[in-house]
Design a protein around this ligand. Structure first.
Ligand SMILES: Nc1ncnc2c1ncn2[C@@H]1O[C@H](COP(=O)(O)OP(=O)(O)OP(=O)(O)O)[C@@H](O)[C@H]1O
Ligand SMILES: [Mg+2]
Length: 255
C-alpha cells in the first residue's frame, strides 16, 4: 500500500454534448517521502489530477487515497504550490506564510517561530515584513513554498511552480526544494514541463499521454543524493532524460 494511491481516476468535464474527458483511468501509487514528477503534453490533465488529489475538484470515478483515507474534500495534510505565487498583496511576507495557520486556528507563537525558520531556510528572513510587490518573482514563489510548508504537511502538491522563472532562479529553486525534501521528509507530487527538472528532482518520473490522460511510462531515477548541478552532465542523467523524451514521443523520426 502506498502513501498516495490513485486508482483508475476518470474525470469528465461538461455536459452530454460538450464532454471533455480529462483523465481516463489514471493510476499512480507512491510512498511516504517519495518525490514524483509528472510530465505530459499541455492540456492532458495534470492540473486536473492535482486538484482531485487535493480534494479541490471531484472525480467522475475511481479512487484517491492519501495515508489510507479516501479523499472526499480538502484536508489539512497537504500543501499546494501553484504556478503563480498567489500571495495576498496587502499582507506582509510573514502574514502570508502564517495564513494557513489562521485558517487552522493554530496561529500561535510556535507557528510564528516556524514561519521565521522557513523564511530563514529560504533566504527570506530579511523580508519578513516586506509586501509581496517588493519581491522578485522567485522570492514570491519562495514565500508561497513557505506558506505551503507552514503546517508541516506530509504531502506537497506543486503545479509547475517554477515555470514562470528564469533558468538561473529555477536551478536555485530546484536545489532549495531538494534541501526541503531532505529536511521535511514530505512526499512531493510535482508537475513540470521540463524533462531536466523532472529528472533532477525526482525519485520517480511519471509520463502522461495526451488527453484523455493515463500513465504511459513510469521509471525510477536512481541518481544518488545529494544531487548537485554537476550530476546533470553524467551519463545516467542524460540517459534518464532520453527515456523520458522517448516516453513523451519526442524522439520519433530521429535516428
Ligand atoms: N473547469 C473545467 N471545465 C471544463 N474543462 C476543463 C476544466 N478544467 C480543465 N478542463 C479541460 O481539461 C483538460 C485538461 O486540463 P488541465 O488543466 O488538467 O491540463 P494540464 O495537463 O494541466 O495542461 P497544462 O500543461 O497546459 O497546464 C483540458 O482539455 C481542459 O480544457
Ligand atoms: Mg496545468
Amino acid at each position: 500500500m502506498g502513501f498516495v494511491e490513485i486508482t483508475n481516476v476518470r474525470k469528465v468535464f461538461g455536459g452530454k454534448e460538450k464532454e471533455v474527458v480529462a483523465l481516463d483511468e489514471a493510476s499512480l501509487t507512491f510512498d511516504e517521502g517519495e518525490f514524483v514528477a509528472l510530465i505530459g503534453p499541455s492540456g492532458c490533465g495534470k492540473t486536473t489530477l492535482l486538484t482531485i488529489v487535493a480534494g479541490l475538484a471531484s472525480k467522475t470515478s475511481g479512487s484517491v487515497k492519501v495515508g489510507g483515507k479516501e479523499v472526499t474534500g480538502p484536508y489539512p495534510d497537504y500543501g499546494f504550490v501553484f504556478q503563480q505565487p498567489s500571495l495576498m498583496p496587502w499582507r506582509s511576507v510573514l502574514q502570508n506564510v502564517l495564513f494557513p495557520m489562521e485558517i487552522l486556528g493554530r496561529n500561535d507563537a510556535q507557528a510564528k517561530a516556524r514561519a521565521e525558520q522557513l523564511l530563514e531556510m529560504t533566504g527570506l528572513h530579511a523580508f519578513a515584513n516586506a509586501r509581496p510587490h517588493e519581491l522578485s518573482g522567485g522570492m514570491q514563489q519562495r514565500v508561497s513554498l513557505c506558506r505551503a510548508l507552514i503546517h508541516k504537511p506530509k504531502l506537497l502538491l506543486m503545479d509547475e511552480p517554477f515555470g514562470a522563472l528564469d533558468e538561473f532562479t529555477r536551478l536555485d529553486m530546484n536545489d532549495l526544494l531538494l534541501k526541503i525534501k531532505a529536511e521535511t521528509g514530505a512526499s512531493v507530487l510535482f508537475v513540470t514541463h521540463s524533462i531536466s527538472e523532472a529528472v533532477y528532482l525526482s525519485d520517480k518520473v511519471v509520463v502522461f499521454t495526451r488527453r484523455p490522460a493515463r500513465v504511459s511510462a513510469e521509471f525510477q531515477i536512481d541518481i544518488p543524493a545529494p544531487r548537485t548541478q554537476a550530476c546533470r552532465f553524467t551519463p545516467e542523467f542524460i540517459e534518464a532524460e532520453r527515456r523520458a523524451s522517448e516516453a513523451l514521443g519526442l524522439l520519433v523520426g530521429t535516428h
